[in-house]
Every structure is written in structure tokens, then in C-alpha cells.
Write a protein that binds this ligand. Sequence first.
Ligand SMILES: Nc1ncnc2c1ncn2[C@@H]1O[C@H](COP(=O)(O)OP(=O)(O)OP(=O)(O)O)[C@@H](O)[C@H]1O
Length: 557
Amino acid sequence: MEKQPRLLSSQLFLKNSVFEVSLNRVILTWKEIPTKNKRVSGNIHHPFKIGTSHSVSVSEILAVQELDLESGTKDDGRWQKMSQKPTEAYPYAFTVSYVRRARKHRWRCTDVTFFCPEWALCQQWVQTIKEQLAELTSRPKHLLVYINPYGGKQQGTCIYEQKVAPLFARASISTDVIVTEHANHARDHLRTVAELKQYDGVVCVGGDGMFSEIVHGLVSRTQKDNGVDQNSPEEKLVACSLRIGIIPAGSTDCICYGTVGINDPVTSALHIIVGDSQPMDVCSVHHNKTFLKYSVSLLGYGFYGDVLADSERKRWMGPARYDFSGFKTFLTHHYYEGTVSFQPATDTLGTPRDKSPCRAGCLTCLHNRQQYSEDSSDKYKTDTDFSDSENEGGWRVIRGKFLAINAASMSCACPRSPKGLSPAAHLADGTTDLILVRKCSRFNFLRHLIRHTSKDDQFDMTFVEVHRVRRFRFLPRHCQNDSEQDLRENGKRLFGQICRDHPARGCSPAFSSWNCDGEILPHAAIEVGVHCQLIKLFARGIEEPPVFEDVAATCAI
Ligand SMILES: Nc1ncnc2c1ncn2[C@@H]1O[C@H](COP(=O)(O)OP(=O)(O)OP(=O)(O)O)[C@@H](O)[C@H]1O
């Protein structure tokens, strides 16, 4: 890294020792100056403990504040007692609040207080650090916050007020807070009346459903403002300029887990404050040239659609409904016939079978984003006259009986399934991983499901195939010539008809439902296109754990 010129360097007092403290544009360091006694004993007994050195990246400093040693420190509008006694030689002090990495991707806010011999020096430090922070233009200053008071364990408001708002205040971020009053309140507000120009980002306090509302509101508003027709599947959508922050307060918080590595409100708040930016792909889902929904994580037909449809009918069971419906759906073992057509992602780095997952600063996403920009304009427009042959115009067509058809636009990892549905899927490479699970025995399907939680490759099975794609379509067998005015009615009719016609067939219904990021779609025949990096999150992707954490974990084993 290029050596940065020093902005300030002083000997300051901290925790009973004098430290050499220095600041450049990138880093603040403080290194203990060894005293004579310590040096002697250190050389003999603790050669590595002497002169302990700490450093913090300027981009991860939240705030700096001068302390009033007479009466305490003014923090978040409240006066607090000094925890450290000043010495006579160092009567002035300032506190730097910064991000400390804790275990398992957790971030915490830590304070360090430096004592200065002179008032002017103290002022100079505070001023210089403030100037450096002011130059970090990616940091938000004014945010629009939506809180779902009913998400997860109904703790959204409390989580925001107790854990997040004090951190925002400390970092001098102002907010306009809206507690939602009904479902789709946030989506509709964003889409219509929100004065977006005055904000640097939108924050949702809730779960994946609430995040989906924000995505729909923001993406729709951006298209409306730019005159883009969402109903046209071929239309290239305009990327949203505002970043989205997620404070996890839902039941699963899959998106937060997959973009930060942990569901922890304080960690997420700190990622927002430091102004992180993680682009994300968004899939648009259309039926019959009509826009249905956007999806950022999972589109699942068959198994995952059936589990969701069944669990929706059992809301009274609480979170246990997912286990119950999952088990029930596994036992029913329905398969669905249809045609899947897809446009494979060629010229892209990476495959769904890669061993390395998408991580912070992912080079695959960076490379594929460039590739996408270069060739998306023609690819998006050439396939409107798509025909149903085996390999036409770069499209592949597969007909069959499927237990599950899943499109994972990210790994879909969550605390329950840390690997996720497609462990090597990327957050922002302009593709989705299309996983086709063909009809097989219950035993084999169980083996496939179990592999999602083990180290074994869930795609290494004869009845499973996975393709990295830019677009795909699905047409259920029994409605290929159907206008599908009411899928569910047709499904019921066909289901009855098929059962009458083929009593020995096991009575698999003709249609499943699409599970679109946890919501049921009203149609089975859909067309899906991936829009590369359409949105940005206040996140940085999952960071590789520091080496010492790995070593510690290995030692623990
Ligand atoms: N004030 C409200 N009253 C009722 N429903 C709301 C309100 N605000 C938002 N919602 C809806 O509640 C649904 C669920 O919320 P949310 O995603 O926050 O929690 P969750 O479902 O418990 O978590 P997850 O989606 O992570 O499983 C969302 O789809 C959202 O549209």
C-alpha cells in the first residue's frame, strides 16, 4: 500500500501509559512507549508484549469527541461520568469511537480515550480527525427509516430505539422514522410520496418480507421516475441510487445473514454508519408480459413452493409451521411436469460447483459486472422470438418431471442452513443458479436435502442439475395453451381430472406455486430475468474471518 503522509503525531496518555499516537489519511495508530522497567522485564519475560500497538482504519472511526473532564462527557445528549481519571500532566482528553471486530462477523462500537498535555493539542486532534471523517463521502448523513413493529418477535421498535438510534446519534446521522401501520405501507410510501432526494439511504427494521417491500418500493419508484415500463420483461431497469440498510428484526433475516454474515442489529447499524456498499442483483418475474414481483434470494417451485403454501395456512402454529409443513411436503412427495428454458451465463467467471463462496470484495462479481455491461444490451433484446426447440438462440430447453425447481440469486444461507441452497452463488454477478431436482425416490430426495447441511456437494447426484443462468422461463405442462386467468381454479380442475384419468399415478397435482422470497406468486408460468447490481445495500459482503479466529477455532476443536 502507498505510504501515507502523517497528519499528526503526539505522545498522549492512555491507560496508565504514554503512547505514541499518529494519524494519517487511512489509519490511526497508538503504540505504547516502553518504560525502562517494562523494557527490562519485557526483554527477559515478555518480549512480544512490550510496546503494544493498536490501529484502526479511519474509515471505521464512527466519531470523535472532546471530553469535559470537569463535568464528564456529552454523549448522545446525555452527560456521562468519566470512567478514567486524568493525570495532572495530561489534563485534556478526547474519545474516539470505532468499530471493533468481535467473533463470527460481529461488529461492536468501542471507545478509546486519549489524554493530552495541552488544550490546543487536544483541539487539534479532535479537529483533524473530524476533518478526515468529513472527507468520507460514502457515509450517510440523513436516513429514512421504516420499522415493522410486527416482524419476528415484534421487537422492531425496541431494537431500533435501544440498539440502533444511539449509534446513529453518536455518528451524527439524522433520521426520519416511520413505524408502519399495515403491510405494504413502506412499499407504497416509497413508491409514491417519499421525498427521496433528501435522503442518503433507506433503512428497514424487520425481516426479509420488510426488505422485499423496500426493494419493491425503491425499484418501482426509480423506474417510474425514469420512465421505464416494468411490465416489459425485456426492458433494462435503471439501478437505484439510494442504498438500503437492513436492521434484522424478523424471523429468518436471510438477506442480512447473506450480506453481512450475521443477524445482529448493532453490526448492521455499524455497517450503515461507515457507509459500506454491497451491490445486489435483482430478478424480475413476469407472467404473460405482466410484471409480478422482484426477487433477490429464492424463487422455488415444487418443494419450496408447496412448503410455503402449506405453512401460510398454518400461521397459527408460529415458526414451528415451517418444520411441520416441510415434513408434510416431504412425505407427500409431489412432482410437477413442465418445460424449463434458460439462457446460460456464458463468458462469466465462476460456476455453481465452485468451492469458493462470494465474499467481501468479490472479484467474480466485479469481473462479471463488467462483462454484463458489455453484452447485456444485445442479449436482453434478441430473444423475444424465442422458440421451443432444444437449443435456440442461446437458450436451452429441458422438459421433465421435477420435485423442485429453484433459482438462487444468492447462497440463501441462514443460521438453519449455513451453506445455503447454492453455496457458490454470487450476490452481484448478474446471474442466478437454476437448480432442477428431477423426480426421484423419497430416499434420494432426502439425501439431497440432508446434503444442504453437510459438507457433501448437494448437486453431485444424478437427478440434480444446476445451471448458472441470466434468464429462464417455466411453463407447466398442463397450461401451455392456457391463458391462465385463474391458475388455482385450473389447478383444481386439472388435479381432479388427472386423478380421475390416472388413479394409480399417486395424484400429484398439475401445479405447484412459486415461492418468491417467501411470498406465493399467483401464476405458475413465469419468465425471470436477472438485473445485475440493480440495488445497493449498506453492507460489504461476508468478510473472511481474521487468521487468529480460524486458529482459535481449530485449537478449540
Ligand atoms: N404494520 C404492519 N402490520 C402488519 N404487517 C406488516 C406491517 N408492516 C409490515 N408488515 C408486513 O409484515 C410482513 C412480515 O414482516 P417481516 O419480514 O418484517 O418479518 P418476518 O416475516 O417475521 O421475518 P422474515 O421475513 O425474515 O421471516 C412483511 O411482508 C410486511 O409486508
